[in-house]
Design a binder for this molecule. Structure first.
Ligand code: ADP
Length: 493
């Protein structure tokens, strides 16, 4: 891997690896609401191993301040203009497992939740964007590439190239990673004017206008030097209207610089051999006893019937339409009444799904547990205890949960879309291949059939051993993704 990268460096006439600053709204383990944080946490660590000096800039959210205040070191503070607002910016530095994280401090914007919703969220991250641009010349680090993530940081290249001409903000290169195209940051133009004083000539369909709004993610797609999304299949899908949410035009126009790089997981953090949250640790060679102990413990503590012979299906998810929750709702009663199975759900999300699952738990005591909430430790316990992991997403940019589940020997059942299609090989009984089950259409009965096939296989120890072994041995480490990102950074210079 290193040899390839060194050859590429040489071919581009470069003597050293690019310096990279990742800008993102959340970063694990400091702040997290979903997969984005996992990626922003794991990528710089993996890049460092390849010799890339990768650092992170992220808001100093309340949840970070509460836990890490003592460990931060003040770098600089100054004030910026956000429209008519004159706001304080503090830059604090924190070392997280050898990675330097710059924290943008402002109590007004980051003293509450990570995402405030609506126009408040627009203002929160417009402030963050302006703060990053103004902080660049003041940092003890001059990046070659700024790696933007999702709409929250997607205005960086446009503002840099239109309002900082000739400055270091304008000279660096920008990579935009789309983690989920469903969230674009759309606001009326007056709002964006108020935030950034954008020249009205950019409020056209060639630039940032979409469906009568100013669209932050579109601005990123227009102005970034390169664009990537988090799996090859999703990179193809978002060039079509069904998945692109209105951005298919610009993404087709920029197809030459649009690629898919599959995410990975932090294999040290998600490691059943060492995970301190598990009742009993296990590896691929002795998973049977370890998983059985974890399953027993989870069944007991979650009020499920303690039985080894019943297949335990798990979900760790945001409960939204994206994650296919409506399919689960369609067939839940049918499955619960007819099948000898258990379902453990851990997650939060849309109120209607939360209520539906809480009510279902009362209908099927001992068979179904809905834990409405999210706890990192419990999620690990669920990943380890399950026999099957259900992820019937309507669309899935990459998906980390199925990879984590496989690492813990829990066989995934997924819909063939985006990253799910790129990471799960469906079981093939003729060739004894595959590490999961899948179905093609977004259809509740197709999902039910896939679950039934899984239950049939559950009765055959040899088949299950094969599936679990192949799933656990699969390498979803971040090294491959990091090398691919490093290649992208070099291409841009
Ligand atoms: P997402 O679309 O939510 O980012 P991914 O599969 O890419 O889905 O990432 C899942 C990551 O988020 C995993 O680490 C998982 O444990 C965590 N996660 C799942 N559900 C929730 C939730 N309701 N709240 C917070 N984190 C969650």
């Amino acid at each position: 891997m290193m040899d390839d990268l060194n050859a590429l460096l040489k071919a581009h006439g470069l003597s050293e690896m690019p310096k990279v600053l990742l800008a993102a709204a959340e970063c694990a383990p400091l702040s997290k609401t979903g997969g984005l944080a996992d990626v922003v946490g794991a990528l710089p660590k993996a890049l460092k191993k390849l010799g890339v000096d990768a650092r992170v800039i992220t808001p100093y959210h309340r949840c970070i301040k509460e836990k890490y205040f003592e460990k931060t070191e003040h770098v600089v503070d100054f004030r910026i203009w956000l429209g008519w607002r004159n706001a304080y910016v503090g830059i604090e530095r924190l070392d997280v497992d050898g990675v330097t994280v710059y924290l943008v401090d402002n109590e007004d914007y980051f003293g509450r939740d990570i995402y405030l919703g609506g126009n408040m969220e627009g203002e929160q991250y417009s402030y963050f964007t302006r703060a990053v641009l103004e902080a660049l010349p003041k940092l003890d680090f001059q990046p070659d590439v700024i790696h933007c993530n999702d709409w929250h940081t997607a205005m960086l290249p446009m503002l840099a190239h239109t309002q900082y001409r000739g400055g270091i903000q304008d000279r660096v290169k920008y990579l935009l990673t789309i983690h989920n195209i469903a969230f674009q940051g759309r606001f009326d133009f007056g709002f964006v004017q108020d935030m950034f004083n954008v020249d009205p000539c950019y409020y056209t369909p060639e630039f940032i206008e979409l469906h009568g709004c100013a669209d932050y993610l579109k601005a990123g797609c227009v102005f970034a030097d390169r664009i990537n999304t988090v799996s090859p299949s999703y990179a193809s899908e978002i060039k079509t209207p069904y998945y692109a949410e209105g951005l298919e035009g610009i993404l087709n126009a920029r197809h030459a610089v649009l690629t898919g790089i599959l995410n990975g997981i932090d294999r040290d953090f998600f490691n059943p051999e060492t995970d301190p949250n598990l009742r009993q640790n296990y590896g691929v060679s002795d998973y049977a006893a370890g998983k059985a102990a974890c399953k027993r413990w989870l069944q007991k503590s979650m009020g499920l019937e303690v039985r080894e012979d019943v297949p335990l299906f798990c979900m760790v998810t945001r409960m939204t339409e994206q994650k296919g929750f409506d399919l689960v709702a369609c067939v839940l009663d049918d499955m619960m009444c007819r099948e000898d199975m258990q379902l453990m759900l851990l997650g939060t999300g849309d109120e209607r799904f939360e209520k539906f699952m809480a009510a279902a738990e009362n209908r099927y005591p001992g068979k179904l547990c809905s834990y409405i909430g999210y706890k990192e430790e419990l999620s690990h316990q669920v990943y380890a205890a399950g026999d099957f992991f259900l992820m019937p997403s309507r669309f899935e940019p990459c998906g980390l949960s199925q990879m984590i589940a496989m690492r813990y020997g829990t066989v995934p059942i997924v819909r063939e879309t985006g990253g799910l299609q790129d990471t799960v090989i469906p079981y093939n009984r003729f060739h004894e291949e595959g590490d999961g089950f899948s179905f093609a259409n977004f259809d509740a009965w197709e999902m039910r059939d896939a679950m039934r096939l899984a239950m049939a296989c559950y009765k055959d120890k040899e088949i299950m051993d094969g599936l679990i072994g192949r799933a656990m041995r699969k390498n979803f480490g971040f090294e491959k993704s990091a090398a691919e990102y490093a290649r992208h950074y070099i291409w841009m210079l």
